[in-house]
Design a protein around this ligand. Structure first.
Ligand code: SF4
Length: 314
């Protein structure tokens, strides 16, 4: 296990904290991810003193405000308790590198949580109260819902963001300088390009203007913007562009047969016939024979442990 710490809705770890005394153990989290992350569980509803089992609660729109109330007893209003606890819970979360939330929960749900109107009709446009505070207070923190982790692209995106965020935390912990920040940006160039080239380009002037006086302020702004940039889906087209860039460094070194093979494989990847791991593996093979300092400095080539096998599915 690494020392990467991840917050998680407690029921996803198999803890029996749900209103009905059950849990929502998530197999992927418990099997694949638990080897790489230390999970820190949070159950906001238990934490505010609701027992197990407990009456169900939900989000309701009351006088234009979203309130957390009892499903059968709307007079039981837990909004202030939940907001207060959530604000307090943010102290001591600085060492987390990501957070996995349980979907559909009026406390933990990240998006599309049911909000009931005065007629008892739901609209799926709410966010759990704890999740709201978590995301507002930690705008750069990678946050994802367990259900969305079933989508290979979203899963890869989330884990990649967690590792980037972790590297950032390490850099800050070690006491970073202007050149450390510049190097960080440089080493993540290909990753950012694969997500959103336009946003990557906009980060250039911010980094170019960094100096000792504005370092802290620039770093704060940079982190939020780079993490937002990484939320854009890294499409096959964008990955292909990045890989063509890598190929530019190789094409004068490899022979024409190898070049032909690489182009064919890149084309197959672009057309969706093979996953990303295929061209990356071939490129790494050539880079072992013809090492290139600049390319090997790019986290894009190895953004997280290969054993997670995330690039085998995208
Ligand atoms: S969804 Fe959140 S509040 Fe509900 S049981 Fe799970 S951890 Fe607790």
């Amino acid at each position: 296990m690494t020392d990467i710490k991840m917050g998680i809705s407690s029921c996803l770890l198999g803890n029996e904290v749900r209103h009905d005394g059950g849990h929502k153990r998530n197999t992927y989290v418990m099997s694949a991810l638990s080897e790489y992350f230390s999970f820190r569980p949070f159950c906001p509803e238990v934490a505010i003193g609701l027992g197990v089992p407990r009456p169900t609660i939900r989000l309701s729109k009351i006088e234009n405000q979203i309130r957390l109330v009892g499903t059968k007893n709307p007079d039981m209003d837990l909004t202030d308790d939940m907001n207060r606890w959530s604000e307090n819970a943010m102290n001591g979360m600085d060492d987390l590198s990501g957070f996995i939330l349980k979907s559909n929960s009026p406390s933990c749900g990240m998006e599309r949580v049911r909000v009931y109107d005065s007629n008892g009709m739901p609209s799926r446009d709410g966010t759990g109260l704890f999740a709201t505070v978590l995301m507002q207070k930690n705008p750069a923190l990678p946050v994802e819902e367990e259900g969305r982790l079933n989508d290979p692209v979203l899963r890869e995106n989330f884990i990649e963001r967690v590792f980037v965020y972790y590297r950032w935390q390490k850099m800050v912990e070690d006491g970073f300088t202007v050149s450390d920040l510049m190097a960080f940006h440089q080493q993540h160039k290909f990753i950012l390009l694969a997500h959103n080239e336009q946003e990557y380009r906009k980060l250039g002037p911010l980094i170019a203007a960094v100096n000792r006086d504005n370092l802290e302020h620039t770093a704060d702004e940079y982190l939020v913007r780079m993490m937002a940039c990484m939320k854009s889906r890294a499409s096959r087209k964008r990955h292909t562009n990045v890989l063509m860039h890598v190929m530019g460094y190789l094409k004068k070194k490899i022979n024409s047969d190898d070049k032909k093979e690489l182009i064919e494989i890149l084309d197959n990847y672009r057309l969706g016939k093979v996953p990303l791991i295929v061209p990356i593996t071939l490129m790494k093979h050539h880079l072992r024979v013809y090492p290139d300092e600049y390319i090997s400095s790019q986290y894009y080539m190895a953004p997280y442990p290969e054993e997670l096998m995330l690039r085998n599915m995208v």
